[in-house]
Design a protein around this ligand. Structure first.
Ligand code: SAH
Length: 347
């Protein structure tokens, strides 16, 4: 049986090398080729002897993510990748402050948010830690060709990362390792719809990432309509958990708030939001909605967005309006994958 070495930890690679009578340090050389140099054939590993390369090729393979489709706009590239038979999306966003990658944590999503394309076909399965890693390594390999790299990661693609907690933690630890990308935890954002017990577990894990909570409405009535999870963990419970996270980690929590025309974007909603987050170590990321096919939600006008921001400002709540990224290439979560799914059904 040919064994895939992609995704093995350094320790696992070390015992693999020892099991075939090699020195432990070979593992470090191989890990560097796989994770830091994008070399996925043993032939290219020119600091290993020819004999060893031939032997490794017989016994092992290196199987990173496979590219299915890619969509480009000037600032954004969206990739549909295949990972062990599952198709997932990840996105490269080129900001003036660096390259950010948005990865998926599940194949589909079970959360049922009314405005989101990722959840339309439910959740097929969790992604493993290695499958999350593979998305980042894939994009980092692409960037290397331009002498660039991944500078930050947002776990904000398809799926609910806190419903896949152990794999998420495994991924965070692995991407932080010096033999992979050595990514600083402070350059990673994890976004959740508010799975409260796991927000507390994340705080207790002492992995200092930035937590982002998808709020999207300031009242339980409205939030329950938009996000079914609110019937399990209501707004007060979620914001309290955000407060505990900030207290424990000293890190400011971001609240994401999609702006949907005529639904949650009035100045009254802004006042309610400011009251809710008063005295919290928090800021708000306002996201004019990316319209999703088959849903009637629209983006508010610039004036309405400005009025919303003005109310938050006047109440001392910091906010940013997310720059539009990739709406023209279906960058709203899950849209590329859905298109791929429906194309398969039509075939
Ligand atoms: N399940 C996690 C992470 C994935 S969603 C969460 O809920 O946070 C990542 C972010 O994209 C969330 O804030 C989500 O609400 C938002 N999002 C989903 N659909 C969107 C759309 N059509 N337009 C803009 N943002 C959207």
């Amino acid at each position: 049986m040919i064994k895939n070495l992609f995704g093995l930890t350094l320790e696992q690679l070390q015992s693999e090398m020892q099991s075939i009578g090699q020195k432990k340090f070979r593992a470090g050389q191989i890990a560097a080729w796989i994770y830091q140099r994008g070399v996925h054939s043993f032939d290219g590993m020119n600091d290993l002897s020819k004999e060893l390369r031939a032997r490794l090729s017989e016994m092992y393979s290196i199987e990173p993510a496979r590219l299915i489709t890619q969509l480009n706009s000037p600032s954004t590239t969206k990739f549909l990748l295949e990972l062990n038979g599952a198709r997932v999306e990840c996105v490269l966003m080129r900001h003036d402050y660096g390259n950010s990658v948005c990865i998926s944590s599940q194949v589909g999503c079970a959360m049922g948010c009314a405005f989101c394309a990722s959840t339309l076909n439910g959740c097929q399965r969790n992604l493993t830690a290695v499958e999350m890693l593979a998305q980042v390594v894939f994009i980092n390999d692409r960037l290397r060709a331009e002498s660039q790299k991944v500078d930050s990661i947002v776990v904000m693609g398809t799926g609910e990362p806190l419903q896949n907690f152990d794999n998420l933690i495994g991924f965070l630890k692995m991407i932080h390792e010096p033999y992979t990308l050595g990514m600083s935890y402070r350059r990673i954002v994890v976004s959740t719809c508010g799975i409260v017990p796991n927000i507390d577990r994340l705080a207790a894990s002492d992995i200092p990432i930035t937590l982002s909570i998808s709020l999207h409405a300031p009242t339980d009535e409205l939030r329950s309509q938009l996000m079914p999870i609110n019937r399990t963990f209501d707004i007060k419970t979620v914001v309290e958990a955000g407060g505990r996270y900030a207290d424990r980690t000293g890190r400011r929590v971001t609240y994401e708030y999609i702006l949907i025309d005529g639904v949650n974007d009035s100045t009254e909603h802004a006042r309610q939001l400011a009251t809710l987050l008063k005295n919290q170590l928090a800021n708000v990321n306002l996201i004019p909605i990316n319209p999703v096919e088959g849903k009637s939600f629209r983006r508010p006008s610039k004036e309405r967005i400005k009025d919303f921001v003005t109310v938050l400002e006047s109440r001392g709540l910091g906010s940013t309006v997310r720059k539009e990224f990739g709406a023209e290439i279906d960058a709203a979560c899950g849209q590329l994958r859905n298109r791929d799914l429906s194309a398969k059904v039509m075939k």
